[in-house]
Design a protein around this ligand. Sequence first.
Ligand SMILES: NC(=O)c1ccc[n+]([C@@H]2O[C@H](COP(=O)([O-])OP(=O)(O)OC[C@H]3O[C@@H](n4cnc5c(N)ncnc54)[C@H](O)[C@@H]3O)[C@@H](O)[C@H]2O)c1
Length: 314
Amino acid sequence: MSTAPVSKARIGIIGAGLMGHGIAQVFAVAGHEVAMTDPSEASRASAVDKVRRNLADMGLDVNACDRIRVVASLAEACRDADFVFEAAPEKMDLKQQIFVDMEAAAPAHAILCSNTSVMPITQIMERVRDKSRALGTHWWNPPYLVPLVEVVRTPNVSDASVAATIALLASVGKTAVDVKKDVPGFVGNRLQHALWREAISIVEQGICDAATVDMVVKASFGRRLPVLGPLENADMVGAELTLAIHEQVLPYIDSTPGPSPYLKALIDSGKLGFKSGEGFQTWTPEQQDALRKTVLDHLMRMNAQEKEAGRDAK
Ligand SMILES: NC(=O)c1ccc[n+]([C@@H]2O[C@H](COP(=O)([O-])OP(=O)(O)OC[C@H]3O[C@@H](n4cnc5c(N)ncnc54)[C@H](O)[C@@H]3O)[C@@H](O)[C@H]2O)c1
């Protein structure tokens, strides 16, 4: 159990790729000391520059980078840590070994966190001896712009480790939620992929094309989602109406217990999405860049608005 004060924790980060450098940025901006490592020399060399560019783009103080120390080994990144966040590739054997090494190198009070997107946390932690301090922290990309972190329990983690992790994450401005069961997809990805399955099915059935599916989402309930969750919405319209709609519609919603054959056929025909220039739709490099920029601009605007609203409320 960590007794480190949240105001000044020492953070270890294992893996300095897309997620690792972004997680480092969040803690450095909040004033914590970060030690980050990666076996790839290229990742180690570029990580702090990436953070500096992000901070400059966001109009934040680039001197926060001074609090990120890039170190050569996992042992060094863990040595004095109060919390260690693993953001290494999504491979079970690799992650299991990283947690064995993390446990050996980190102080006994340190909390050990995995950023896996979909792998069972309980299995990743199988070879950790003190499982009371090992848990999942599922950040979303980019970690410095998407507020949510799902704190995922295993059957062995202590309440104190969960509480300390949630307190740390909340103190750096994240929306940390307590996911009480280690289930595939946790909460966010279960919801997201339930929607994607039905979106694919609608296209497969010829009900409308892919661009129209996306337009329907963005121009209707997608507009409300940042302020109105699905269950708030169900309460707002009422449980009886929700039941009546479900009786009519649920029998027709895709419930295939596996990936769509349509999706597999796309892949077999070489339509891989942005990387091949075509997936559900065709994408020129300019269209890809424009969509990435639209998403980033949108997330930055939402963050700026929330900060302003927070200041106004004080
Ligand atoms: N990309 C996303 O949107 C996203 C979102 C949430 C969670 N995740 C999860 O975060 C983790 C990292 O994903 P990413 O997108 O940052 O991947 P990435 O490929 O950008 O970065 C992974 C980094 O890990 C390094 N690495 C390789 N072997 C290592 C080892 N033995 N020890 C430490 N580091 C090692 C690589 O050199 C690389 O720099 C994965 O588990 C992924 O599922 C990703």
